[in-house]
Design a protein around this ligand. Structure first.
Ligand code: ARG
Length: 569
């Protein structure tokens, strides 16, 4: 595709003899399209060139030879507004789509770079809560987008399958195991045991002590404790897998915290040699007070390791195994301090500098239901699997009411219900808290997954009515210069850039918002224009062709977010 922005930057750079990438960084997209397609704020150069923005604008306009891809340049209060040639724009977009087809927007900007995306990471024997749902969805979307841009991407589910809570569970199971039906309903039953033993621990310090002892035994490989732990892990994974299957999410690695059991002594050694470990009340710590980060415990006074120690061992292992350029942790913002500490201590590990610099906490906000926040300890939790199934059954009901004869009802309901939940998790800036409300999530006219699917299905039905999609060679580009068509073409042109922004900011919501915009542009186009027009065959061909392009890009974009498109709605 023609890189209009680059071309403009090049022209300005030549005229000013300044650095092209600096110039490119200054170029903006004006708030409204009657102000042009790109704008250059001349005040940016006022200091360097020692001239007023107005004067710079006039001189630049004079000097720049616009060439065939730019239609005109206008000066508006110190800005140079560039209007790109519409024919060039439409041609380049449609040609690119025809050439790249289902790979439209993909590129190889990530070639040679290894990116780890760590996501989901639920805790075994505990419910997969709505926060895990959110980060599973965010992580999977990031994973897909990175991959699409040529990065060597590794998706890791860092299962919380270790820690003192297992000492507690083992203790509870030892005491009351036969009262609970673990095989039938594992997580719910284990949770009951957990809540019960936790209560007992609050009352009786000696029980808590016994729990800690159990965990220590587990770390030392004690047979009874290990077998129980393995059982808890297996039954939990089976439950989680049902959720992953519903969402269509996969991982390249399922190495959880327990994998690092035998890799923590080395971490301690290295930190010791680096001279950063000190003792505090019997525990081994790295003091980060001078950086305002408190202390990071490496080993507790009873010899047990903690969450942070396992994260440090994981960083080392991942650096050696994957030589990562970036390791993204999609984890709630509540854990910000934990990651700051771990990343700080990781500076003392024997890993390449690029790995140290590539550690990044991708924070996301809480999901709130009308009932308020949920916590595991109180045992008041909504079940994610039930939520997903409810989404499907609510869609089923709508289909029964509105379109009872629809083909493959069940399958389509699943795509729509799951798609709705996925999109809802991605449509706002991920760090923001969000409220989960069925009326919003499933609103077919809102800024939702179903809306995007609905527009997609509309493009399909237009294509069906048209019966034939012309080849690009039969499309008269001049017929796509009306306001609504042009808007679509401009949106399509932005697709690749949108994906690049998503990885630059680790923000899949940029793609979600993009799809809404594209959907709205198509709706306007559909409302304003007669597409199937037996009288004017050339116009029909052009509009049908554009319709196909919109459908393709909606489908590609939605797939990157993890959504499937229904055939009917
Ligand atoms: N299992 C943790 C939780 O559910 C999240 C793990 C995050 N990843 C990590 N490397 N610490 O809160």
């Amino acid at each position: 595709m023609i890189q209009f922005k680059k071309e403009i930057a090049k022209k300005i750079a030549e005229a000013t003899e300044l650095d092209i990438s600096e110039i490119e960084g200054y170029i903006e997209v004006p708030p409204s399209s009657d102000m042009g397609d790109y704008a250059f704020p001349c005040f940016r150069l006022a200091k360097i060139l020692k001239k007023s923005p107005m004067l710079i604008a006039e001189e630049l306009k004079e000097k720049i030879n616009i060439g065939e891809n730019i239609e005109k340049i206008e000066i508006v209060s110190g800005y140079l507004n560039f209007f790109i040639n519409k024919t060039s724009l439409i041609q380049t977009v449609l040609k690119e789509l025809e050439e790249k087809q289902d790979n439209f927007g993909a590129n190889n900007s990530g070639n040679g770079k290894n990116i780890i995306v760590e996501y989901s990471s639920p805790n075994i024997a505990k419910p997969f809560h709505i926060g895990h749902l959110r980060n599973t969805i965010i992580g999977a979307a990031l994973y897909n987008i990175y991959k699409y841009l040529g990065y060597n991407t590794i998706g890791i589910n860092h299962l919380g399958d270790y820690g003192t809570q297992f000492g507690k569970l083992i203790e509870g199971y030892k005491r009351w195991g036969n009262e609970y039906n673990i095989d039938e309903n594992p997580i719910e039953e284990l949770m009951k045991i957990y809540v019960r033993i936790n209560d007992l621990c609050k009352e009786d310090e000696s029980v808590l002590e016994a729990c800690r002892e159990n965990f220590k035994l587990l770390e030392e490989g004690d047979k009874y404790c290990t077998e129980l732990w393995e059982k808890f892990r297996a039954v939990s994974l089976k439950e989680f897998q049902r959720i992953y299957d519903l969402l269509g999410v996969k991982f390249d690695s399922l190495k959880g915290e327990s994998f690092y059991t035998d890799k923590m002594d080395e971490v301690e050694d290295i930190l010791n040699k680096a001279g950063v470990i000190t003792e505090s009340q019997g525990a081994k710590i790295v003091d980060l007070e001078d950086k305002g980060l408190g202390v990071c415990i490496i080993r507790k006074s009873n010899g047990s390791t903690i969450y942070a120690t396992r994260d440090l061992a994981a960083i080392r292992y991942r650096a050696k195994t994957y030589d990562f350029d970036k390791c993204l942790y999609v984890v709630a913002y509540e854990q910000a301090l934990h990651f700051k500490q771990v990343f700080e201590v990781a500076k003392y590990l024997d890993i390449p500098e690029k790995c140290q610099k590539g550690l990044e906490h991708v924070q996301y906000g809480m999901t709130r239901l009308t009932t308020g926040r949920m916590s595991t300890r109180e045992g008041n939790v909504i079940k994610v699997e039930e939520l997903l199934k409810e989404a499907i059954s609510r869609v089923n009901k709508i289909i029964e009411e509105k379109n009872p004869n629809m083909e493959n009802k069940e399958l389509e309901a699943k795509k729509i219900g799951i798609g709705a939940v996925i999109f809802n998790n991605l449509c706002t800036t991920i760090i923001k808290d969000q409220i989960f409300d069925w009326n919003t999530v499933l609103n077919f006219n809102g800024e939702t997954g179903p809306y995007i699917q609905y527009v997609y299905v509309r493009t399909k039905s237009v294509l069906e009515k048209a019966k034939e999609i012309p080849p690009l060679s039969e499309v008269n580009i001049e017929l796509l210069k009306d306001k609504e068509s042009l808007k679509i073409v401009q949106n399509l042109y932005q697709f690749e850039d949108t994906l690049m922004q998503c990885v630059e900011k680790n923000e899949p919501s940029i793609l979600a918002r993009y799809l809404i915009t594209l959907g709205q542009s198509y709706s306007n186009f559909y409302n304003e224009n007669k597409i199937i027009d037996g009288e004017n065959i050339d116009l029909q061909k052009a509009r049908v062709y554009l319709t196909k392009c919109v459908g393709d890009v909606l489908r590609i974009g939605a797939a990157l977010l993890g959504m499937e498109m229904p055939n009917k709605m």
